[in-house]
Design a protein around this ligand. Sequence first.
Ligand SMILES: [Zn+2]
Length: 431
Amino acid sequence: MLTGRRYRLDFTSEQAGFAEQVGGACRSVWNTALEQRRTYRRRGAFINYHEQARQLVEAKNEPEFAWLAEVPGHCLQQTLIDLDQACARHGTWKVRWKSRVRNAPSFRFPEGGKIAVERLNRRWARAKLPKLGWVRFRITRPLSGTVKNATVSRDGGHWYISFLIDDAICPPERHAAPGTGVGIDRGVVNVVTRSDGAFHHQVFARDREVEHAKKLQRDLARTTKGSQRRKRAAARIAGLARKIRRRRQDFAAKTAHTLATSFELVVFEALAIKNMTAGVEPRPDLAQPGAFLPNGAAGKSGLNRSILDKGWHRIELASRSKARYTGTYVITVNPAYTSQRCNVCKAVDRKSRESQAVFRCTSCGHAEHADVNAAKNILTAGRAEHARPRPGVRVGARKPRNRVGRKANRQATAAQPTAQTEPELAEIPRL
Ligand SMILES: [Zn+2]
């Protein structure tokens, strides 16, 4: 199966400088190619990956674009493929520019077969990347598979290499605990509540850290744009957010491992992505014209989102990924009424939810932890859904999303575009 391995790189200062340069070139190519696509769309026309790749090759032969020829060509091509897929998936107008400040540099070497990886000793290994040469990385877990591609990216002050590998493990015929199932209620007070009454919880951002983040945010607001102080202040915020993000990732991975190894069926309630991403309606204060009541917007804005986020989606993603190895089915069900329905007599009543934590059925008197009751309802709905006859699709498996992406990938690995004679540089917006 395809899976990932990420290691921290130990770049020399020249390598770090060059990697920054490659990342910058890829960003330029992304932005230029996106602008080109938008220009075409404005005229009611399209430009595809192949044409853009051809023009890229031409541009590299021009003296003013010599900096493009200095960086690994495959990384630039891969950037065009990624852009093509992003545009096919989200539409040309929704794809975002890559900014030097917001987007950390990242670039991919698509030809894994050509990347040599050697273990140096117990702790260190090295990989040979085009134009970067041998790069050392801290081998914290065995690679154990064939390399399909490698992505180099920076996160804060550190560079990382992520290998996509094929570990040659086949999915098991049946889960080790057949017939077992669990419903999962995701919440704020308890991040994960299971239908069997178990909780998985962790505080990702401690109160002290939330306060500290607010202070850092105030510090940032007092600096001038473009100043060194502002850079340092932004770096401190990013550092704190990164720390919290890592806790969340760690928690999601551990929880997913426990769920997938223990249960054959894992049922989540479908998250309303819209509620998670959309802005909040302002609530005018009727008593005071011109004033507004709290509407929860702060909890959805940038900093708070990165600090207070519970990582609900990540837990589901991690479970799906882990499920491929254990033969677990991961499904989602409609969340309607799961918190108001009694799991014993099935009566739905809003008043049954006595408080945040307590559910007491108004019909039969059944009392239970509110989240556990909801998780049980989720499992019940999931069992019904799972029992329905379906074509033999394992839910955990994922197919490539679209034809364009597959085709472009095939094309990219099959042949290098050859240089053409007539350059059409006028079509390329200035780099
Ligand atoms: Zn009841």
